[in-house]
Design a binder for this molecule. Structure first.
Ligand SMILES: [Zn+2]
Length: 155
């Protein structure tokens, strides 16, 4: 993310590990899935596509916590095996340059703006959303399925 004073926020490691433990213990809302497509299963922890032959866990995640009008819980994937949390937090994740929508929220978790990345320049859209001083964070989501992918905050 060239010169932006922004920070990519991947899924916290403790949430990924909790999901792995829940899947192991057979929780009904945690499904273990065999990856069968190179671009169908984005891991929210390492922020890369899970590869065919790997396994992922599908589980519900509250990207916007309950108790707000825009509260939202939806399905996300993480690698079933431990993976390294995305740590290049000053750079936009290369695997997700396309196919993302960006939703801006204020400090009260109210959605105040949204844009779809049409071309190949998500940084420009994110930068524009953060030009609004009320923007507290921006969530990247799948354009097609709507699922939460990662968060972007001011650095
Ligand atoms: Zn991963």
């Amino acid at each position: 993310m060239t010169t932006l004073n922004l920070r990519i926020v991947p899924l916290p490691t403790d949430i990924a590990e909790k999901a792995r433990r829940a899947a192991e213990s057979g929780a009904l809302d945690h499904a273990v899935i065999d990856v069968d497509s190179p671009t169908g299963y984005p891991c929210r922890h390492c922020l890369s596509w899970a590869k065919p032959g790997e396994r992922v866990i599908l589980f519900p995640y509250a990207s916007i916590p309950s108790g707000h009008p825009y509260s939202e819980t939806g399905p996300i994937f993480v690698h079933a095996e431990p993976c390294e949390r995305y740590d290049t937090t000053g750079e936009y994740p290369a695997d997700f340059r396309n196919g993302r929508a960006f939703r801006a929220y204020d400090a009260n978790y109210d959605m105040i703006d949204a844009e779809v990345a049409g071309g190949n320049d998500p940084e420009a859209i994110i930068e524009k959303l953060f030009q609004n001083p009320k923007t507290e964070f921006v969530d990247a989501r799948s354009v097609t399925r709507g699922c939460f992918t990662f968060r972007i905050q001011r650095a």
